[in-house]
Design a protein around this ligand. Structure first.
Ligand SMILES: *Cc1c(COP(=O)(O)O)cnc(C)c1O
Length: 231
């Protein structure tokens, strides 16, 4: 099927469930992205700073760009002027840098705390305790140019459906706990970014509000470089 047909089918499936679709366009060409754009998609996710900045520069201005991959502190400045949502905040240090760069650009940047749920050593993220520690820290309270709007997680890359479901359940349970403890009167804390091509159905069953889907829309990537590189 074409990119447009894949996209339309997926959008019809998930948008009536009120789930936001992030089209993950990493490694894909501007032409391929434009095919999705012409089929109505406006939200795209990338995991490399350079690639994200280049695509932002060349593609239509009404695209909402999400950073979904590991982000190094020294690269925040390249995306701070335009990024819509950073899914991958995994330290207070990074959040502080995003705050600083957002202030320089006179804006508030929405972020998700990336929570470590997978049974794999290679995945980035905060442990449950670390996330709580971050939110409790006095410094977090002083950041006025970032807004933590929810959590993100990546399930283990496995065929074991029960394990994947357990991990998604853990993340949504943790989200509910954070909501009560830290964000009770904050309507903006409402996002759970979980689910990719292989597991988005399970993620939605467990309360996902945004899914990040690449290969189901664009076809297989030649090099799944998000697995091999650190940023
Ligand atoms: C690449 C990537 C995805 C999309 O993966 P697909 O299997 O192609 O849907 C989702 N989330 C993150 C963080 C990714 O790096």
């Amino acid at each position: 099927m074409s990119i447009a047909a894949n996209l339309t089918e997926l959008k019809n499936e998930v948008e009536r469930l009120n789930v936001k679709l992030i089209a993950v366009s990493k490694t894909k060409s501007e032409e391929e992205i434009m095919e999705a754009y012409h089929a109505g998609q406006r939200v795209f996710g990338e995991n490399h700073v350079q690639e994200l900045a280049d695509k932002h520069e060349h593609l239509p201005a009404d695209i909402e760009w999400h950073m979904i991959g590991h982000l190094q502190t020294n690269k925040v400045k390249y995306i701070a002027p335009f990024v819509s949502l950073i899914h991958s905040v995994d330290s207070l240090k990074l959040l502080k840098e995003i705050d600083k760069q957002a202030e320089k650009n006179n804006r508030v940047i929405d972020c998700l705390l990336q929570i470590y749920i997978a049974d794999e050593e290679t995945k980035f993220g905060l442990g449950f305790d670390e996330a709580i520690e971050l939110l409790r820290s006095p410094e977090f309270g002083t950041l006025s140019h970032v807004r933590v709007v929810g959590v993100m997680g990546i399930a283990t890359n496995t065929d074991n459906e029960k394990q994947i479901k357990d991990e998604f359940y853990e993340l949504s349970t943790f989200f509910n706990g954070l909501k009560i403890s830290f964000f009770q009167d904050k309507d903006y804390f409402k996002e759970i970014s979980m689910g990719m091509s292989s597991d988005y159905k399970e993620a939605i069953q467990h309360g996902s509000t945004m899914i990040r889907v690449g290969s189901t829309i664009f076809g297989k990537r030649v090099i799944p470089h998000w697995k091999n590189k650190t940023e």
